[in-house]
Design a protein around this ligand. Structure first.
Ligand code: MLT
Length: 264
């Protein structure tokens, strides 16, 4: 389905019955990564998955996608769907950065938060330089350049060897991202603020999920967040990399199910 913004639209799905649960994907991905969760949790959650601007079927907006801008898009969608608080928000990687931005601005919206494969810190100088190099590369060589570089690091070595169908579907999802989407997200992530000082203010229950074999964001980052958020629990999923919801969907869904049940 499509939701109109002022200068374009974003795509979303809405499925299931229960507590409202907003899923926010990472970069350069789309709402398709949440299909196993939308289906697997349909009996306990009314799930909304969104394609962030420039990603999936959403309009390829120009410009930098600050985390606040992406969070604002999500809030407009929730308002448009007349979804009232309290809700759960589950963000993966860049989606986690957006979740933190959403919480900073609309904390009354949250019943709980799921931070997956993400971190609270800002980019280091080296990471900012890598973002700039990636922007140049995508403009010169197209999205496939980014995808072929990122894909093997996005999953565990085990998934890469044993699950070629999943590898191909992730590649297809990544390839649907527009050049504008890649550039906008890279700029927004490069310039995002450090959310670490803010972790101690998170006043809702938080579930942190991380793949044991994540090559893009180390488990150490998840442990740091778990130490600083007052009411959090950390689940490390074995035999999964940066995309545990796709690599180990049953374990991931069970963790979400247990979390949701613990809130009621
Ligand atoms: C993501 O998966 O969203 C990205 O790897 C996050 C990042 O590049 O910081």
């Amino acid at each position: 389905m499509k939701f109109e913004l002022d200068d374009g639209f974003i795509a979303y799905d809405h499925h299931g019955t229960g507590i409202p649960l907003l899923f926010i994907h990472g970069y350069p991905l789309s709402r398709k990564i949440w299909i196993p969760q939308m289906e697997g949790l349909a009996d306990i959650a009314s799930s909304i998955s969104v394609d962030l601007r420039g990603h999936g079927e959403s309009y390829p907006f120009e410009g930098s996608y600050s985390m606040d801008l992406l969070a604002g898009d999500c809030k407009r969608l929730l308002d448009g769907l007349n979804i009232k608080s309290p809700i759960l928000v589950c963000g993966l990687s860049m989606g986690g950065y957006v979740t933190m931005a959403l919480f900073r601005k609309y904390r009354q919206l949250f019943k709980g938060m799921i931070l997956t494969s993400t971190r609270s810190g800002a980019d280091s100088t080296e990471a900012k330089q890598n973002r700039d190099a990636s922007m140049k590369n995508v403009r010169e060589h197209g999205v496939s350049f980014i995808v072929e570089n990122m894909l093997p690091k996005s999953i565990s070595p085990r998934t890469l060897t044993l699950n070629p169908n999943l590898v191909n579907s992730i590649r297809d999802i990544m390839m649907e991202t527009s050049v504008q989407g890649v550039v906008g997200a890279l700029q927004g992530m490069r310039d995002r603020p450090d959310s670490t000082p803010f972790l101690s203010q998170i006043n809702c229950p938080v579930l942190i999920i991380h793949g044991a074999d994540d090559q893009l964001i180390s488990t150490h980052e998840a442990e740091l967040m778990n130490k600083q958020i007052p009411d959090s629990r950390l689940i490390i999923i074995q035999e999964a990399g940066h995309l545990p919801n796709l690599e180990q969907p049953e374990n991931f869904n069970q963790a979400l199910r247990d979390f949701i049940q613990s809130l009621s």
